[in-house]
Design a binder for this molecule. Structure first.
Ligand code: MF3
Ligand code: CO
Ligand code: CO
Length: 266
């Protein structure tokens, strides 16, 4: 499928919606605490999105019942907010997608609930840096395989694995568009990147094996087969002549995620 090149006007709308999604994720970070439920995260995201004049893209998307995905511990992605209480030591990925003026902005982060275990810190920091390394490959003329390879090489060198069954995606008027952005692969392969493309990079990193299962009951919740922890970070990016613009870049540090890592630097 041909990959859409955004016009300057479309790029401006992508900047706007992506900024709004990033602001909502920052707000979530300020609210994370042990004892809260994932339904409370859903409410925070839902209300903040509407307050901005945007709409939460997950709500009713292919039947998804809530306004955000909340994926706790061994949940890899697409966790459905419910009455689950977050406990000290849990990790939770919150995946926010807004629609504004017909365009989508998609971003997620994994938060520490209270004080993380060494294992939790490891998988979260590997996922965070893996995304950064993938983004660093993006420029006009680079290949999608370069992005996947950079992520996979690093994640596996850290003793973790990259989920294969879910990928990043083109984004714009559609939530999920071409191209598929794999988080593993071979350098020098795959589609060539062109200025004006917008897509997400969103590596899911497991501390154990990469195999995952979809919950047979709710048909959404994706878990690691071996029950070990999984973490994920996601940005929406724009390919430019000179490199990359991270459209969901944050205007300040993310509470209960970025700041906590700094506390543990030896
Ligand atoms: N935000 C997810 C992504 O990064 C997709 C969630 S689809 C939903 O692509 F229906 F679960 F919300
Ligand atoms: Co996405
Ligand atoms: Co997302």
């Amino acid at each position: 499928m041909a990959v859409d090149i955004k016009s300057p006007r479309e790029i401006e709308l992508m900047r706007t919606v992506c900024h709004l999604a990033a602001e909502t994720l920052l707000l979530v970070g300020e609210k994370i605490r042990p004892g809260m439920t994932t339904d409370e995260i859903d409410r925070i995201v839902h209300e903040d999105t509407l307050r901005q004049g945007a709409r939460p893209a997950p709500l009713h998307y292919k039947g998804f019942p809530k306004s955000v995905c909340t994926s706790v511990n061994d949940v890899v992605c697409h966790g459905i907010p419910d009455g689950t209480v977050l406990r000290d030591g849990d990790i939770v990925n919150v995946d926010v997608t807004h629609v504004y003026e017909g365009f989508h902005g998609d971003t997620s982060a994994t938060f520490y609930v209270g004080t993380p275990s060494p294992h939790a810190r490891h998988v979260v920091e590997v996922a965070r840096h893996g995304l950064d390394l993938g983004i660093a490959e993006v420029r006009e003329g680079a290949r999608l395989g370069d992005v996947g390879a950079a992520i996979q090489e690093y994640v596996e060198a850290q003793g973790c694995s990259v989920v294969r069954d879910f990928v990043g995606h083109g984004i714009g008027r559609k939530f999920h568009d071409a191209p598929q952005v794999k988080h593993h692969g071979k350098r020098g392969t795959g589609d060539r990147l062109r200025a004006g493309m917008t897509f997400t990079i969103e590596p899911m990193v497991n501390i154990g094996g990469w195999e995952v299962d979809v919950d047979p009951k709710d048909k959404w919740t994706v878990r690691t087969v071996d029950g070990t922890l999984s973490a994920q970070f996601e940005h929406t990016v724009l390919v430019t002549r000179t490199g990359v613009e991270v459209l969901t870049a944050r205007s300040r540090p993310l509470r209960n995620s970025e700041n906590v890592a700094a506390l543990f630097v030896a």
